[in-house]
Design a protein around this ligand. Structure first.
Ligand SMILES: [Fe+2]
Ligand SMILES: [Fe+2]
Length: 169
């Protein structure tokens, strides 16, 4: 039986130092969410003259981030903690979520015509960029090198995500 290229590669990292995408595991699913949110932030940048569009995209960003953070905080972070050497890796991720959630609440309470609306969305995007980079270059690769059952955790996350998408909280 022929082996595929991806099976022959042992490296958990791609050329740019990020964890590689592998189908059907927890890390790949989280990375797919990251790409969705990055894309929404780009769409926001392009909609600067249209307040209604800006608000709708900002709401989508916040909704996506909320679901993603629940999956990480309820499932991925606790499940992966025993497989991570430096507990600060997980602690810092949790603290970064808390700061981002605070900013998300402020944005929700504002109108896109407010002076600081764009600035808050921009700072949120920078915070998420930084957070995602740390997850994808340090946290996720370390977990990928461990014995953690990423497929089983991915399954749990998918079930919870389906629940959250139909019934938030
Ligand atoms: Fe994440
Ligand atoms: Fe995160």
């Amino acid at each position: 039986m022929a082996t595929t290229q991806s099976q022959s590669s042992k490296s958990p990292l791609t050329k740019d130092g990020r964890a590689s995408a592998r189908p059907n595991d927890a890390v790949s699913d989280l990375m797919a969410d990251h790409r969705t949110v990055e894309d929404l932030f780009k769409q926001y940048e392009k909609s600067k003259s249209d307040d209604a569009k800006k608000q709708s995209i900002a709401q989508q960003i916040i909704a996506e981030l909320r679901v993603h953070m629940v999956l990480e905080e309820e499932i991925f972070y606790p499940e992966s903690r025993p497989f991570v050497d430096e507990q600060d890796t997980v602690n810092e991720a949790e603290v970064e979520h808390a700061s981002a959630k605070d900013l998300m609440k402020q944005i929700e309470a504002m109108s896109p015509s407010d002076d600081y609306y764009d600035a808050k969305v921009k700072v949120l995007s920078e915070m998420i960029d930084h957070h995602v980079e740390e997850e994808e270059t340090e946290y996720f690769p370390e977990v990928r090198r461990s014995d953690m059952d990423l497929k089983a955790v991915g399954e749990k996350m998918r079930t919870r995500k389906a629940e959250l998408k139909t019934r938030p909280n």
